[in-house]
Design a protein around this ligand. Structure first.
Ligand code: MLT
Length: 246
């Protein structure tokens, strides 16, 4: 297994895709996707474009869908919710499809959707991602941060580092064999520095600050936890993620 970390979708090589791609948007799209599936959502369908989300979800009856739309951290008018994972309760999500469009996370998924296996990762389901990688040992893995409008996001790269850290804890991989690019080492160093203070790091992150201005402290607290959900979102068809079974 060779791992490559890319801080943003724009930094991935223009040609080609890996065997396995992991899209990361800790604040908050991939935390929300994991939470919705853990709460029993039938699937999560992602859209770059809100108008398309509205059009496709219109074909689903209101009791079988939830529309989640976020721009700039706030909720899009006409949707049932924004992008807070805390809104994905069992009562709201169970048996329904979550239709979601966010500023950056959905763009990241779009970039990697042609990979043979597409997963989403966040701190809250890090171990489920690691377990899948260790079990399937894919030849090439891209861990791609969503960033913010093309720029670097601390919280995505620290999550990439958390994944690398956990893989290395197993006996069978060493860093030189595993690392496909220098970003792997820097993500690991970031996680090493902040692993005991992930919530503090999220407070320093520019999108963390944006969410705090929007009164989303509880979201930061939730998204800063590690390994609290044993759920692995996996792409079943382009743009549609389900909970991986087995
Ligand atoms: C995104 O996709 O940019 C984020 O998930 C934004 C957010 O925190 O809602």
């Amino acid at each position: 297994m060779k791992l490559f970390v890319y801080h943003t979708p724009e930094l991935t090589p223009p040609e080609g895709v890996p065997v396995c791609a992991i899209a990361i948007d800790v604040l908050r799209a991939t935390s929300t996707i994991a939470t919705a599936l853990a709460a029993g959502a039938e699937a999560v369908q992602v859209f770059s474009d809100i108008a398309e989300l509205m059009q496709v979800s219109e074909q689903w009856s209101p009791d079988r869908r939830i529309r989640a739309g976020e721009r700039g951290g706030g909720m899009v008018e006409g949707c049932d919710m924004g992008n807070s994972p805390l809104d994905c309760t069992e009562e709201r999500a169970k048996g329904r499809r979550l239709f979601i469009s966010t500023t950056n996370g959905t763009r990241c998924l779009k970039r990697v959707e042609a990979a043979e296996t597409v997963l989403t990762g966040a701190l809250i389901n890090r171990q489920a991602v690691v377990h899948h990688l260790l079990t399937h040992n894919p030849e090439t893995v891209w861990i791609v941060g969503s960033g913010w409008e093309g720029g670097y996001s601390l919280e995505d790269t620290v999550c990439a580092g958390a994944i690398v850290h956990s893989i290395l804890k197993g006996a069978s991989h060493n860093l030189d064999e595993l690392a496909g690019n220098d970003e792997v080492i820097s993500a690991l160093a970031l996680f090493g520095q902040w692993q005991a203070r992930l919530l503090d790091l999220l407070h320093h992150a520019s999108h963390g600050k944006r969410l705090l201005r929007l009164n989303c402290l509880e979201d930061l607290k939730y998204c800063a936890q590690t390994d609290v959900l044993d759920v692995l979102p996996i792409q079943r068809e382009p743009g549609v993620l389900v909970s991986h079974q087995g």
